[in-house]
Design a protein around this ligand. Sequence first.
Ligand code: ATP
Length: 199
Amino acid sequence: MPLKSLTINGFKSFADKTKIDFTSGITGIVGPNGSGKSNITEAIRWVMGEQSAKSLRGDKMVDVIFAGSATRPQMNRAEVILEFDNRNKELKTTQDEVVICRRLFRNGDTEFLINNKNCRLRDITELFMDSGMGKQSFSIISQGRVEAIFNSKPVERRSIIEESAGVSLFKQKKQQAENKLSDTTDNLHRVSDIVSELS
Ligand code: ATP
């Protein structure tokens, strides 16, 4: 599922609207320390639904909005747009091109869009589920993550292998099914209580 482009506007160090086109082959992004290379991968994780401000190196989510510099005032909105070529239908939608967008305003308002239509965060998460992409997939390896994997405990390493093998999704579905089963069992008990009260 090739990425076509990434557009960043008001996110972290990107005060100016910046579009990166990903042509075929490998795209390398180079620059001096502190020039914003990691901010680019964070923008990708953010638009795909990252909800942890800490994992984006901030305290609160509004910290991702451009905070101003010596020459520019702070901005009131961060926007990231990620465009996919979906002709091979790896994303579960009939569209050949999928464009996801996330906006955050300084007052905390947030917007998610898929192909220019407002949607919920959940719709974006579900779009990427089982696709190998997604905010926590191993298609994005942040600085220090490789070391963290090497130093992780066997149980943590097992969960990494399970996610790579696609087992996590089924574990999640199994857990959801078990929760539903437990809710239904509770409801059945309640119904049988009511029936015995009435009889
Ligand atoms: P390195 O090569 O050292 O890892 P890098 O190129 O990956 O650096 P980043 O870590 O992506 O650089 O960018 C850090 C820069 O982003 C810092 O200069 C920081 O001040 C700036 N920055 C982060 N958040 C904001 C924000 N909300 N507003 C303005 N600038 C920000």
